[in-house]
Design a protein around this ligand. Structure first.
Ligand SMILES: O=C(O)CCC(=O)C(=O)O
Length: 280
């Protein structure tokens, strides 16, 4: 595995708005995590924990996800962007089963998250299986983070994996897009203003990825009335986010309680201004 060169990560991230591929773990370790995900699928369904078709905030309820968000190599790369104090604000499994229509429209993450500081957020996307053009990998629009926040239109398309089916109102030239192909155990980093999207998965191979949203402690929630995050490196002297504890067991009652708190905060920000009838 290649080591993380923090100067290179920071430079590329600031210039292009993303960097990949970076190595988080071996393919064997990734396969182990993937096995744990697959074996928990039934329990996740039983706990009715999928939300709006997504598996959000899994670091609060699953021990192996709590382990992944603390991966030293991912944190070294994130530190190159955020500095030494790092909190996990969100985590989501973005799953595309074989031959399904699920897709993600061109969007910027920070449009509906209610977070104030774009330079105090970075998202890591970790491949827990092969991720390529054939099974619907992400596409990044280089340097689009320099546009700042652009308008989005809510489309609420059922096949769109985004909360509001939001679509960035900019002309995107697909020819300029960079395909984020990753081997199992590799990850990408992207900026909260970077335009990105992904098509459906018409292949026989499931696309399985975990996205982790890291914030620096000085960031702030300015739309929802409360917000929460989990300290994973350094210290939090700001106290802007309620402290989320590590799950002591998969889907334990305490972990599920914290998960409900995180989802309530996320919903309050993500659905702000949306009519009740359009919410899930
Ligand atoms: O997994 C995908 O295709 C999209 C993920 C995404 O939008 C994100 O991680 O910010």
């Amino acid at each position: 595995m290649q080591s993380i060169d923090q100067n290179l990560v920071r430079e590329a991230f600031l210039r292009e708005g993303f960097i990949f591929p970076l190595d988080a773990m071996t393919a064997t370790q990734a396969a182990g995590y993937r096995h744990r995900f697959d074996s928990l699928e039934g329990a996740l369904q039983e706990a009715k924990i999928a939300h709006n078709g997504q598996l959000n905030q899994m670091h609060a309820v699953l021990c192996f996800v709590n382990e992944i968000v603390r991966n030293e190599r991912i944190l070294d790369a994130v530190e190159a962007v955020l500095g030494p104090n790092i909190l996990v604000w969100g985590s989501t499994f973005f799953i595309k089963k074989p031959h399904t229509a699920d897709y993600v429209s061109w969007h910027q993450d920070l449009r509906y998250w209610g977070l104030r500081d774009s330079d105090a957020l970075v998202s890591a996307w970790l491949a827990l299986g092969p991720v390529n053009k054939a099974n619907g990998c992400m596409k990044f629009m280089p340097r689009s983070h320099q546009l700042g926040l652009v308008d989005h239109e809510d489309k609420f398309n059922v096949d769109n994996l985004l909360y509001r089916g939001q679509v960035a109102q900019v002309d995107v030239d697909e020819a300029d897009a960079v395909h984020v192909e990753l081997e199992p155990g590799q990850f990408s980093l992207h900026h909260g203003h970077l335009l990105h999207a992904s098509p459906a998965n018409p292949s026989d191979i499931m696309r399985c990825g975990l996205t982790i949203n890291y914030v620096a402690p000085h960031n702030r929630q300015i739309v929802a009335s409360r917000d929460f995050a989990m300290l994973v490196r350094g210290e939090d002297r700001s106290g802007h986010f309620g402290a989320v504890p590590e799950p002591e067991a998969d889907l334990s009652p305490a972990a599920l309680h914290w998960h409900r708190c995180l989802i309530a905060a996320l919903d309050e920000a993500a659905f702000a201004g949306v009519e009740a009838r359009l919410r899930p």
